[in-house]
Ligand binder design. Structure first.
Ligand code: NAD
Length: 257
């Protein structure tokens, strides 16, 4: 079985990895639902472009992944959810003693709790359809830690735990749940960390990229959104029927160190 004709809901997909995943799933023939918390013409235009380019149905549905009821409403509005990609995420970098409590709450809500709510809403649809895939975009920070990223690392480790529980609860059904753990991917989320890091270490942009961001990525290359989309297409294929409850690192060797 392939993703052809399936409906994929990708949270946080008007930018970066989510948009790349939506494009690769659409290229493979899936209908896609894009999402973010904004409701701009350009958000809807992104979906329209994907629909035209790949000949699939593509919609954009606004829902704020920091709010549990909106997470569930996203899945209900989608109507069908064969493939759920929990991707929405934010970052904040600060020492624990200075970490704003509101940022901690937002990161836990968007990066972790949203996946609980969408999965809870999507599983009954997958069971009714007799097939389903839950793909959680975790991080190398779901498996390892870095200083100054307490909320992010805690949320991503939580996502890996939720992935295992979802897989065990669906183990005897034709539903799988896995987490993809990317290393650094040059998206707006990473781009936003560069100026602060330049200032913190007194480095120029290129040095920050090589020696700070890609310090732990032995390949010394960013992963691409297309590669992550391709990993989702693989996890949604029948070749991955028995892959469940695990993590797939797309990190240029980071977690091998
Ligand atoms: P990004 O900032 O480009 O994209 C994040 C997406 O989430 C955007 O579409 C944004 O609109 C959406 N979003 C943010 N808050 C939201 C909210 N409240 N409700 C709905 N949508 C919301 O970042 P990205 O790098 O593409 O990150 C996507 C995912 O990949 C995140 O979960 C991130 O933690 C993870 N990740 C990224 C990297 C990387 O190097 N870029 C590495 C590992 C994991």
């Amino acid at each position: 079985m392939t993703v052809q004709g399936k409906t994929a809901v990708i949270t946080g997909s008007n930018s970066g990895i989510g948009l790349g995943v939506a494009r690769e799933l659409a290229k493979a023939g899936a209908h896609v639902v894009l999402n973010s918390f904004t409701d701009r013409d350009e958000d809807h235009a992104l979906a329209e472009e994907i629909g035209k380019e790949f000949g699939v149905t593509a919609r954009y549905i606004k829902a704020d992944m920091s709010k549990g009821d909106e997470c569930r409403a996203l899945i209900e509005k989608a109507g069908t959810c064969d493939i759920l990609v929990n991707n929405a995420g934010i970052q904040h970098v600060a020492g624990i003693d200075e970490f704003p409590a509101a940022k901690w709450d937002a990161i836990i809500a968007i990066n972790l709790s949203s996946a609980f709510h969408t999965t809870a809403a999507a599983l009954p649809m997958m069971r009714a359809a007799g097939w389903g895939r839950v793909i959680n975009i975790a991080s190398a920070h779901g498996l390892t830690a870095s200083p100054y990223k307490s909320a992010y690392v805690a949320a991503k480790h939580g996502v890996v735990g939720l992935t295992k529980v979802t897989a065990l609860e669906t183990a005897e059904e034709p539903i799988t749940c896995n987490a993809i753990c990317p290393g650094y991917v040059l998206t707006p989320l990473v781009e936003a960390q560069i100026p602060d890091t330049m200032e913190k270490y007194g480095m120029d942009r290129e040095t920050v990229i090589r020696e700070v961001l890609l310090d732990r990525q032995p390949s010394k290359q960013f992963a691409t959104v297309e590669e992550l989309g391709g990993t989702c297409v693989f996890l949604a294929s029948s070749a991955a029927n028995q892959i469940t409850g695990t993590t797939i690192s797309v990190d240029g060797g980071w977690t091998a160190l």
